[in-house]
Design a binder for this molecule. Structure first.
Ligand code: C2E
Ligand code: MG
Ligand code: MG
Ligand code: MG
Length: 288
């Protein structure tokens, strides 16, 4: 309480605010520099089916800053979104991921691997986003049907007609769509049926405690049923244990991503992971 803490606390609070603003300004400055100096990397997290076969990967951007070391995307992506830097950064991410996708397309045993790329709301809402994706596909030669754009519900809340139109334009290029963090936003079911989607991604927040918490279990089950009912693939993220995977699989989920399968990996480590035989990670299905 400010009152009982005395006037000194207000000064302290102000100093804290100033420090915060200064550190954000520093971060923003180095974000701009990092973009120029190309100090971002992509890591790739495997996505597997029930047999442990890798069906795809999710590209996750990494920033190893010279001054500050590793900075989490949870920290710098929101800042990049606020400052508009997400636009050039997002384009670099898309280009880099598609370059990798194109490489796999020419390699034996790699041609089926899909690439999921996160797209921020502001990025998706650019007037020329469709054109950008088309250019990147042409420049890199990546097969469009193996590119899966992950959108969050926040990208879809406004002007649903425009969203549907944009998605359909991308879809006619062959591109696919997943809704990330599904269930944490406010998209309505009426919207959901109009969107040309391919996949729902169960948010890791529902997966984490799905073995202990009946509400989380029930939400996960409902998302699986909803997705399949709409003819969509359903993937669970945040799968940390064999127990998670067994439960989700028992509820009908067929695709999995999480630390329990693999952490996001730099490309060299991912290649090693891909060369190993599929792990028999799953418990037997319960009867029925
Ligand atoms: P997201 O797209 O929902 O990605 C999943 C996040 O969960 C990743 O965090 C991933 O490393 C982490 N994760 C994966 N498996 C597990 C698990 O089993 N347990 C737990 N606790 N976490 C797991 P990361 O890489 O720190 O990214 C955080 C968020 O930052 C992403 O959430 C996404 O919203 C954003 N982001 C990351 N890369 C990009 C990007 O290239 N573009 C855009 N626009 N956003 C990105
Ligand atoms: Mg994602
Ligand atoms: Mg997610
Ligand atoms: Mg997220």
């Amino acid at each position: 309480q400010a009152k009982s803490a005395g006037p000194g606390s207000i000064l302290f609070y102000e100093a804290q605010m100033q420090a915060q603003v200064a550190s954000r300004a520093r971060l923003q400055h180095s974000l701009r520099e990092a973009l120029q100096q190309q100090s971002f990397r992509l890591h790739y997290q495997p996505q597997v089916d029930s047999a442990g076969q890798v069906v795809g990967v999710e590209a996750l951007v990494r920033w190893f800053s010279q001054e500050q070391g590793f900075i989490s995307p949870a920290e710098f992506i929101p800042l990049a979104e606020k400052t508009g830097l997400i636009l050039p950064l997002g384009r670099w991410i898309l280009h880099t991921a598609c370059t990798q996708l194109a490489t796999w397309a020419t390699q034996p045993g790699r041609g089926h691997i899909a690439m999921a790329v996160n797209v921020s709301a502001g990025q998706f809402q650019q007037d020329d986003f469709v054109q950008q994706v088309q250019e990147v596909l042409q420049e890199t030669g990546a097969p469009a049907p193996l590119l899966k754009l992950e959108l969050t519900e926040s990208a879809m809340v406004e002007q649903i007609d425009a969203v549907v139109q944009r998605m359909q334009a991308l879809r006619s290029l062959g591109v696919r769509f997943s809704i990330d963090d599904f269930g944490t936003g406010f998209s309505s079911l009426a919207y959901l049926k109009r969107l040309p989607l391919d996949q729902l991604k169960i948010d890791q927040g529902f997966v984490r405690d799905c073995l202990e918490d009946r509400n989380d279990a029930s939400i996960a089950q409902t998302v699986i049923a909803l997705g399949h009912g709409l003819g969509l693939e359903v993937i669970a993220e945040g799968v940390e244990t064999p127990g998670h995977q067994a439960a989700l699989q028992g509820w009908g989920c067929r695709f999995f991503q999480g630390y329990g399968i693999s952490r996001p990996l730099p490309i060299e480590a991912l290649e090693v992971f891909l060369s190993q035989p599929a792990a028999a990670t799953t418990a037997p299905l319960p009867p029925g």
